[in-house]
Design a protein around this ligand. Structure first.
Ligand SMILES: *Cc1c(COP(=O)(O)O)cnc(C)c1O
Length: 340
């Protein structure tokens, strides 16, 4: 059975977090002489430290996602959340995390940086979770998965999460591009589930660095305790708020990209040097060709950069192509047909 306290590192359990001026002050004031800031007003309030817990942004996100503000962590990209999760639970040189390759590279890099071992349990040939898995303190499941583009069966994720004595992280960076709904609704019944989402893809804010983790209030409190006090800057908070007030535009753009994904997949399938076009639940398409390195270079010669994923397990000669605008996709197709 899952017992949060028993899997948190001891030093984190006893950690007394840094208390910032903005955290300690509660009440109403008009003169702020507590944080050694510059008193000269800046048009974007940048002379002041930002809210360390970003409550305004969390409240707005909370309404859209149907999750309590206290169950939301905001970070400097989801990559910050991945690092924090590993640091909270995994003892360096002792514990391990589990990943399911081929998958997103940051889980392993983050584990390596923290001197935490990585157990690699490969996905099956059709990119599903295998029968036999390990049960470490933390497992990362990416669904829809990068770079395969496929959703992982929800039933299997549910089964696994219910059985696990450790944390199951489900990375939903691409959830907006697929038919299946988010599993955020499971949080109430699954104390060991952490769901990651991001403003970097469908929300169009990769440059602002804003990632989200949803989990039990207890897990979020641990993440807040360990994070740098002002991990999300004021500009990013403002841009995040702005994005959340344009939900309709985001939905339109998602619909546009899904349409382009269908168009691009169909066109790619007709090109003879492309052996396989994998179905996609994300904003990118995985293809298998005869010579991935060659095609990659020839596309680059025409000014088009895609991602060579052929070094990864079960992805021999595979390229990952992000779905772009209609014009960009047409340029890509023209370039590949030239090469053909
Ligand atoms: C792009 C991506 C992210 C987003 O990372 P950020 O740090 O939020 O930009 C997270 N997970 C996966 C699988 C991704 O592909």
């Amino acid at each position: 059975m899952f017992d949060l306290e028993s899997i948190v590192r001891k030093n984190i359990q006893v950690l007394k977090p840094y208390s910032s001026a903005r955290t300690e002050f509660k009440g109403k004031a008009t003169v702020f002489l507590d944080a050694n800031e510059s008193p000269f007003e800046h048009e974007l309030s940048l002379n002041r430290y930002p809210d360390p817990l970003q409550w305004k942004l969390k409240r707005k996100l909370s309404k859209i996602k149907g999750v309590k503000p206290e169950q939301i962590f905001l970070g400097n990209g989801s990559d910050e959340a991945i690092d924090l999760i590993i640091r909270i639970f995994c003892e360096p040189g002792e514990d391990a995390v589990q990943i399911f390759p081929p998958t997103y590279g940051m889980y392993q890099v983050s584990a390596d940086i923290n001197h935490v071992m990585t157990i690699k349990t490969n996905l099956t040939a059709d990119f599903e979770l295998p029968e036999s898995i390990a049960w470490p303190k933390v497992s990362f499941i990416c669904s829809p998965n990068n770079p395969t583009g496929r959703l992982i069966s929800r039933d299997r994720i549910m089964e696994l999460t219910n059985q696990a004595g450790g944390i199951i992280v489900v990375d939903e960076a691409y959830i907006d591009f697929c038919q299946e709904k988010t599993i955020l609704t499971w949080l109430d019944e699954m104390p060991n589930l952490i769901v990651l989402q991001t403003f970097s893809k469908a929300w169009g804010l990769a440059g602002a660095r804003l990632g989200v983790a949803y989990a039990s209030q207890e897990i979020i409190e641990l993440m807040n305790k360990v994070k740098p006090p002002y991990n999300v800057n004021e500009l990013t908070i403002q841009k995040g708020l702005e994005a959340l007030s344009k939900v309709d535009q985001v939905k339109e753009r998602i619909a546009y990209l899904i349409k382009q994904r269908t168009f691009l997949s169909e066109e790619l399938a007709h090109i003879s040097i492309i052996k396989k076009v994998y179905p996609s639940d994300a904003n990118f398409i995985l293809i298998q060709v005869d010579d991935a390195k060659g095609l990659y270079q020839k596309l680059l010669d025409q000014g088009i950069v895609v991602r060579d994923r052929s070094g990864m397990i079960n992805l021999e000669n595979c390229l990952r192509i992000t779905v772009g605008t209609k014009e960009e996709n047409k340029r890509l197709l023209k370039a590949i047909k030239n090469i053909e």
